[in-house]
Design a protein around this ligand. Structure first.
Ligand SMILES: Cc1cc2nc3c(=O)[nH]c(=O)nc-3n(C[C@H](O)[C@H](O)[C@H](O)COP(=O)(O)OP(=O)(O)OC[C@H]3O[C@@H](n4cnc5c(N)ncnc54)[C@H](O)[C@@H]3O)c2cc1C
Length: 457
């Protein structure tokens, strides 16, 4: 039997499932197809499992420093199996929540591998074949780790983030190729629990995209935390020696590690097109879309990681909200001018808007305001006084960018993001009463320092 819908969505990640909920609540008869689990990469293999493991690592790290708070915790140990179980439990609970929401909204949730039969017909291979037609099909198919061909069959030693998130043991040594967000977050987890971690990044700095001065400043901080970080170098001739040994040449020196994590990027998951005879116009590896998220194939839309733009969960959800509004007849367009980027290491790192390098290269004049967490009461009392907030604004007070490293950087960034998104001028931010003592006072003080009115700066 072929079921008829208004909208069929392929992929239940942070792009696909919010689109399904919004469309169904707006009265569209909606089907959502997922071959893995509700929540997509973000919930099952990305944002949430990494943050659960990082939370355990951070707790362990803090307990190692308990004596600084006057607390004796002398026989510390950890149970990796329980840490993994906690992570799995959190993921499971959130998944169940999504499925309940889908049921409540009346979304038909189909499990299985979707293939396009035409621009309005989808076939799903599961235990029993399912077929659906719809005037509108949205591909929210996300992305998969990029693992070069010669390492694909040895995922036991050449890990992607998927294997690193579900490993049963902590390897004695771990080579991480790629000093981006995933490499640093997972590197810190493994280093905290005892692995000797070496991160090799071919670019001159870690976290390409982050303001250069901050990236430089953070290198010794991460090194102090136990990570060996080598920038401006490639790991060459990576090969397997045994199930517990890989070799690579770094800076001309042969080195040996128990496992290698390839954190070198992700690529769109295009399996929905396999054997379909349908291939939309592409932009590089990504599905090209216009400002209405329409692909070159009439009736087929695409959002999230599979289309050009930052590969982030909140960007995918923003796409979903805009597309749902468009389907509902509202005049909305995606605005990517203030997309926050966050790294949930300890210390956390977060930035939005333009960096100083970008502003300089674009010839844009700007003022800078800084505030150190070492002058913030709440950061001091929490024992997290390392870090800085840097805000950038134009001569006429338009907030152009912000970079924060330190406690709760990802949460603190929202004030600056809001100022950028809503065009709130720099001088209005410190005029808002910020509670004391809080970390967010530091944001207000950075803006005061930009204006030259700071009392502590
Ligand atoms: C280790 C890691 C950590 C991350 N941490 C963060 C973070 O902290 N913050 C952040 O913003 N982003 C983070 N990301 C990125 C984030 O996970 C993605 O940007 C986000 O999940 C993209 O959402 P999406 O809906 O476009 O695709 P996805 O979440 O990838 O979902 C797509 C879904 O489509 C399904 N699918 C694909 N093809 C088919 C098919 N043919 N049939 C049926 N189903 C199909 C897939 O199984 C998948 O579940 C992280 C990623 C990784 C790997």
């Amino acid at each position: 039997m072929v079921e008829k819908f208004d909208l069929i969505i392929v992929g239940a990640g942070p792009g696909g499932y919010p689109l399904a909920l919004r469309a169904a609540r707006n009265g569209m008869k909606t089907a959502l197809i997922e071959r893995d689990e509700a929540g997509g990469t973000c919930l099952n293999w990305g944002c949430i499992p990494t943050k659960a493991l990082l939370a355990s690592a951070k707790m362990f790290h803090k307990m190692k420093h308990a004596s600084e708070f006057g607390i004796k915790a002398e026989t510390l140990s950890f149970d990796w199996t329980k840490i993994q179980a906690r992570k799995n439990d959190i993921v499971q609970k959130l998944r169940t929540g999504i499925i309940r929401l889908l049921e409540k909204a009346g979304v038909t949730f189909v499990r299985g591998d979707a293939r396009l039969k035409s621009n309005n017909h989808v076939i799903v291979n599961s235990a029993t074949e399912w077929q659906g037609t719809a005037e509108k099909i949205c591909l929210a198919v996300g992305s998969v780790p990029f693992v070069p061909e010669n390492y694909k069959n040895d995922r036991n030693v050449f890990w992607s983030s998927d294997e690193a998130l579900s490993a049963e043991n902590i390897p004695e040594t771990l080579l991480i190729i790629g000093g981006g967000v995933i490499g640093l977050e997972l590197g810190q987890v493994y280093a905290e629990f005892g692995s000797k971690v070496t991160i090799v990044e071919m670019m001159p700095q870690i976290l390409p995209g982050l303001d250069t001065a901050t990236a430089k400043r953070l290198l010794p901080v991460f090194k102090k935390g136990g990570l060996e970080i080598i920038t401006g170098q490639r790991a060459e001739n990576l090969c397997k020696v045994s199930d517990n040994e890989v070799k690579a040449e770094i800076n001309g020196t042969p080195r040996s590690f128990a496992k290698a994590l390839l954190a070198i990027g992700r690529k769109p998951n295009l399996s929905v097109f396999e054997n379909s005879g349908i291939l939309p116009e592409m932009k590089g590896n990504f599905i090209a879309v216009n400002s209405d998220f329409q692909t070159s194939i009439p009736g087929i839309y695409a959002i999230g990681d599979c289309v050009p733009g930052p590969m982030l969960a909140h960007k995918a959800s923003h796409d979903a909200a805009v597309l749902a509004a468009k389907f509902h007849g509202e005049k909305k367009s995606a605005d990517y001018s203030a997309i926050p980027a966050c790294v949930y290491t300890f210390p956390e790192i977060a930035w939005v808007g333009k960096s100083e390098e970008q502003l300089n290269s674009e010839g844009i004049k700007y003022k800078t305001g800084r505030f150190q967490f070492s002058a913030n009461g709440k950061a001091m009392t929490s024992g997290e006084a390392d870090g800085q907030i840097k805000v950038l604004a134009s001569e006429d007070q338009k907030v152009l960018g912000t970079v924060i490293w330190g406690p709760e950087a990802s949460n603190l960034l929202s004030e600056a993001t809001m100022a950028m998104a809503l065009n709130i001028p720099a001088h209005e931010i410190p005029e808002i009463i910020h509670p004391h003592p809080t970390l967010c006072e530091a944001v207000a003080e950075a803006f005061e320092n930009l204006l030259g009115t700071g009392v502590h700066g």
